[in-house]
Design a protein around this ligand. Structure first.
Ligand SMILES: [Zn+2]
Length: 313
């Protein structure tokens, strides 16, 4: 990181801290630290790192919502250990049954904690295309994550989805309704968001990355379209899949939209000039480097995915 970039980051982090304190006093509990970002809405923030043995795959935002009769966990975390800690956290706040496990998509650091909730026998909700994504990717994720997390392969179990959402579904937690929405291909081809009607909290998960560079694993054009749709939802706050919760909605989408739009614009320019994938990967997105953590880990991959998608326009 350059000196300028470091200064810029210090400013971003300072502003973020101020904004965060305004919306989410930190509540410590046993298990994982969580913020009660709105009444009954608890968020644990993952670290901005790639998954590793040291962080146990605790790299995404996960959490739970407590209703009058039941608890819904939204993404159980990146490993059985993290899932177990999240379960402990739920139990430190409420004795209500954990009836629902909502999986926002198949990425391993969002779902591998599911097995820790087996004793609760929750109904497991996901996008209509989630089961096939899990079936397609599980073997790869398990073999990769076994090494990364330093656990035995048998410790990682793909979650068994019991209820799928193809458009919209309302879930009643007892006087508290969650609206689950299945989206067209964007971050992945099976993104699900959760809207808590009581507190007007939009749990966007990985349809929104903040601070950490977004990862295009579905469609860059689709993601921009879905982002436009999400921005029309009237919400008091948004929970991203990575980065701080924000009360500025839809402004919190601005950085991600800018990055994705630059990729589309510049990849199209390379294609128009009959440039190669290599030349696109070497140049596109560079101006965004100061704005994102883990930029070098994912920008080239995003450019490659965008090139392949936009080549056929
Ligand atoms: Zn993801």
């Amino acid at each position: 990181m350059t000196g300028m970039a470091r200064v810029a980051w210090a400013a971003v982090i300072a502003l973020t801290l101020v904004a965060e304190l305004a919306v989410s006093p930190r509540v410590m509990a046993s298990g994982l630290p969580v913020d009660e970002v709105a009444q009954g809405v608890f968020v644990h923030r993952g670290v901005h790192e790639d998954a590793s043995n040291a962080n146990l795959g605790d790299i995404a935002n996960i959490g739970f919502i407590v209703g009058g009769k039941a608890v819904a966990v939204i993404d159980p975390g990146g490993s059985p250990r993290v899932g177990g800690l999240l379960r402990e956290t739920v139990r430190s706040f409420t004795d209500k049954p954990i009836r629902y496990l909502i999986l926002t998509h198949a990425h391993p650091y969002h779902v591998f904690g599911a097995s820790a909730f087996a004793a609760d026998k929750p109904r497991i909700f996901g996008h209509a295309k989630l089961p096939s994504a899990i079936a397609r990717r599980s073997a790869y994720y398990i073999s990769t994550f076994t090494g990364i997390l330093g656990v035995e392969a048998k410790a990682l179990k793909p979650p068994a989805v019991t209820d799928t959402v193809s458009d919209r579904l309302e879930l009643d937690l007892g006087g508290r309704t969650l609206v689950l929405r299945a989206h067209p291909t964007a971050h992945t081809d099976h993104d699900l968001t959760v809207f808590d009607t009581q507190t007007q909290t939009l749990w966007a998960s990985d349809l929104l990355f903040r601070e950490r560079i977004p990862v295009v694993d579905g469609s860059i054009k689709g993601w921009l379209r879905v982002g436009e749709h999400l921005s029309t939802i009237s919400a008091q706050r948004v929970v991203p899949g990575h980065g701080p919760v924000s009360a500025d909605w839809p402004e919190a989408l601005a950085d991600q939209r800018r990055y994705l739009e630059i990729l589309v614009r510049d990849v199209r320019a390379v294609l128009k000039a009959n440039g190669t994938l290599e030349s696109a990967v070497a140049t596109v997105g560079e101006e965004e480097r100061p704005h994102w953590l883990l930029f070098d880990d994912y920008n080239k991959r995003n450019v490659t995915a965008s090139f392949v998608e936009l080549e056929w326009e």
